[in-house]
Design a protein around this ligand. Sequence first.
Ligand code: ZN
Length: 134
Amino acid sequence: MKVSHIEHLGIAVKSLDEAIPYWEGALGLKCYKIEEVADQKVRTAFFMLGQTKIELLEPTSEDSTVAKYIENKGVGIHHMALAVENLEEQMADAEAKGLRLIDKAPRKGADDMTIAFLHPKSTQGILTELCEKK
Ligand code: ZN
């Protein structure tokens, strides 16, 4: 696989309204976008930190995977997203190397990215997202 950098860290929060003041107030970052991703049942908020983004994830439904994550593990780092080019090629390579794909085909992510998730059981316990700028 060929990854260029950490595109973003996905962070599970109970409430964007409660979380954003920490990132803006304490850390001095600026939220540049809030976007709902309906098929993932989350509302996201984005901050830029160097070439890496912070993606806050607030569940919009109790059956959201992020809601289940918070229930089981609490708020905090949910996933790591790696920037790639030629996402489909990288997915095929990941599968050839024995990694488990959660997404069998690329899908639409937040902030104009095309994404695919790898299963944490095959990635050292880290839910890993591959993402490519559209
Ligand atoms: Zn993400």
